[in-house]
Design a protein around this ligand. Structure first.
Ligand code: 5RP
Length: 219
């Protein structure tokens, strides 16, 4: 991460910390921007005591910060979920899953009343698709799904050697121009063998906090 991008991510993470009210539990995503948020949480005097986490990596970091990680099944209400993204549009549609945690991220986003996405301004795009779209697949369906994705104009590449926290594989789909993210998310979700598509458009972020060279923009 460059110093510039790190500073922008820090500004977005700090703005998310300032949103915290009196939540006793929050949802926490995965990635370098979220790591900065977790590091900030660790320094807060009044912080949420519990969290639901989207990955084993974030779980370890939260635990090291003294925050108890709960299973989502034990949580009745989740008001706030903080997570990063690989790409975002002004409509708050996202591509996520660069870190491979897309399935748990999508589950927590669905469970949360408010989904706040923290990014630096290099992630803002007019049209999604510049960042290869991650698709988590059941391992035995990998080539079947890859053929379906290729038939739709994408170039799927197996993220070889990477296994998700759910024991699955990831296909990173290059070369897509995603003009209708809601429709594409729905369509790809229907492919047999697909666990999760890294498009977050049916359930977009509620608030986008964009770290810039000068401060933060919110959308
Ligand atoms: C992990 C994700 C991350 O939110 C995304 O990859 C952004 O990561 P970073 O904050 O490191 O740029 O979706 O699955």
């Amino acid at each position: 991460m460059s110093a510039d991008s790190d500073a922008k991510k820090k500004r977005a993470a700090q703005a998310a910390l300032e949103l915290l009210a009196d939540e006793s539990i929050i949802g926490v995503g995965t990635g370098s921007t979220v790591n900065l948020f977790i590091d900030g949480l660790a320094r807060l005097r009044h912080r949420p005591r519990r969290a639901v986490s989207s990955s084993e990596t974030s779980t370890a970091r939260l635990a090291a910060a003294g925050i108890e990680v709960r299973d989502l099944n034990e949580v009745r209400e989740l008001n706030l979920y903080i997570d990063g993204a690989d790409e975002a549009t002004a409509a708050r549609h996202l591509v996520k899953g660069g870190g491979g945690a897309l399935t748990r991220e999508k589950i927590i986003a669905a469970a949360a009343r408010r989904f706040v996405c923290i990014i630096d301004d290099t992630k803002l795009v007019e049209t999604l698709g510049r960042f290869p779209l991650p698709v988590e697949v059941i391992p035995m369906a990998r080539t079947l799904v890859a053929r379906e994705l290729a038939a739709r104009g994408g170039r799927p590449l197996w993220r070889e050697g990477f296994v998700t926290d759910n024991g699955n594989h990831i296909l990173d789909v290059h070369g897509l121009t995603i003009t209708d993210p809601v429709a594409l998310e729905r369509e790809l979700n229907q492919l047999t063998g697909v666990v999760t598509v890294g498009l977050f458009a049916v359930r977009p972020a509620d608030l986008l906090i964009v770290g810039t060279a000068r401060g933060v923009d919110t959308r």
